[in-house]
Design a protein around this ligand. Structure first.
Ligand code: RFL
Ligand code: PHB
Length: 401
């Protein structure tokens, strides 16, 4: 087991250098290790930091299946929750979307738990993760033999490799290293944020509720039988000091109200505000450098897609690296960007749709509001609309799985 902090060797080599121990980097390493391909992961934070970073909560059907098939789904099935449907609330009426119509489900299992499971599996398999190792340059990726320059324990070190996978999140060095004239960025910032809370309160429902209300969007989710995760649409410049617990619970009660429902409240132990953004950088590769996950694209959380999209990229990249290294077929790696983007833009579309349909926009005219209502009605009340919403929510197929 190698959980290295001290950089046990200074100029070394590996096949695939992976920057980032988030879901994309850890899943990529997991799949490559299973295929017998050597990897080293660099992570700037401590193990404890990445294992306790609270983020996403919903795993798509195929992502959950992948965790099971590759031996990292045991805890998910023990302590996660299987959801066979989700709920959309508007005009005070709850509409259930039954995933069983497509024979699928999603798993409610926190991102940090997935991260813990993947780290544990990697260390058991003898794989290396250098925690507190910050990559500060990626050299030579256009000339064949890339080199990673990093700092660990205050010292500079280097590692030579054949492929660099930048799974280093939205602010990482991977995308910043792509030649500026090569990259095109597609970006949308939304004029609101989400105020998220974790509360010691048993979930008020056994499934999620996505609520559209005149006061703004609200989401009821959960982390366990005793912990609720709830979100409220709030102004971008909202100050947490203006949101005492009582105001949060009042707003949640108002926005989630529907016949027969009562909101369970309890002590709030975490509060934060997240901005909302859609973003894609194209291409996702240059020479021997490949981006995966938030490094290349982000979505607003309304469709629960961020973690799932990161894992899907990792799967596509792992298959492509395996094809090159194990069967001498360079085509999947050459086509990596196209393969990912065909899926990513559909995820961007779905996340944008869910965000546009469910939030309140200050600049909406009466016409816009009527269109929004018609869209909600279409997606929950027509067979085609429902099927489309469910198909996207439970997850589009991942290429190569
Ligand atoms: P991650 O998880 O950001 O991991 C990137 C890792 O790279 C490390 N790193 C470096 N390490 C070494 N050297 C460097 N130079 C490095 N630069 C960066 C970082 O420390 C980090 O550990 O990216 P990945 O793997 O692509 O995974 C993506 C998901 O984490 C992300 O899409 C979702 O969590 C997005 N997201 C949410 N998605 C949902 O579907 N539902 C949610 O409720 C939800 N909540 C969230 C979120 C993202 C958030 N962020 C990014 C602030 C809430 C938050 C607060
Ligand atoms: C969450 O549980 O944090 C969660 C669930 C669904 C979403 C976003 C976040 O769409």
């Amino acid at each position: 087991m190698r959980e290295s902090r001290l950089g046990d060797a200074v100029n070394r080599q590996t096949k695939v250098a992976i920057i980032g121990a988030g879901p994309a980097g850890l899943m990529l390493a997991h799949l490559l290790t299973r295929a017998g391909i050597e990897t080293v992961i660099f992570e700037r934070h401590t193990r404890s930091y990445v294992e306790n970073r609270i983020r996403a909560g919903i795993l798509e059907y195929e992502v959950a299946a992948l965790l099971r098939e590759t031996g990292v789904g045991v805890r998910m099935d023990e302590v996660g929750f299987r959801h066979d449907g989700t709920n959309i609330l508007f005009d005070g009426a709850l509409h259930r979307l039954d995933f069983g119509a497509l024979g699928k489900h999603v798993m409610l299992y926190s991102q940090h738990e997935v991260v813990r499971d993947l780290i544990a599996a990697r260390l058991v398999a003898g794989g290396e993760i250098m925690f507190e190792a910050e990559v500060n340059a990626i050299e030579n990726f256009n000339q064949g033999k890339p080199r990673i320059c990093y700092r660990i324990n205050g010292e500079a070190a280097e590692l030579d490799c054949e492929i660099v996978a930048a799974c280093d999140g939205f602010h990482g060095i991977g995308r910043a290293s792509l030649p500026a004239n090569l990259v095109r960025e597609y970006d949308r910032e939304y004029p609101f944020g989400w105020l998220g809370i974790l509360a010691e309160a048993p979930p008020s429902m056994d499934e999620l509720i996505y609520a559209h209300h005149d006061h703004g969007f609200a989401l009821l989710s959960m982390r366990s039988a005793s912990v609720s995760r709830l979100y409220l649409q709030c102004p971008l410049d909202a100050d947490l000091a203006e949101w005492p617990d009582s105001r949060i619970w009042d707003e949640l009660s108002t926005r989630l109200a529907h016949p027969g429902f009562s909101l369970t409240t309890g002590p709030i132990f975490q509060k934060n505000i997240t901005p909302m953004r859609s973003y894609v950088a194209e291409p996702m590769q240059a020479g021997r450098l490949f981006l995966a996950g938030d490094a290349a694209h982000i979505v607003p959380p309304t469709g629960a897609k961020g973690l799932n999209a990161a894992v899907a990229d990792a799967v596509i990249l792992a298959r492509a690296i395996e094809a090159e290294i194990l069967t001498d077929d360079p085509a999947p790696l050459q086509n990596y960007t196209q393969t990912c983007l065909a899926r990513i833009w559909k995820i961007e579309r779905f996340s944008w749709l869910m965000t546009s349909m469910l939030h309140c926009f200050d600049d909406h005219s009466a016409f816009d509001r009527r269109i929004q209502r018609a869209e909600l009605d279409y997606y929950v009340n027509t067979p085609t609309g429902r099927t489309s919403l469910i198909e996207n929510y439970v997850g589009l197929p991942i290429e190569g799985v």
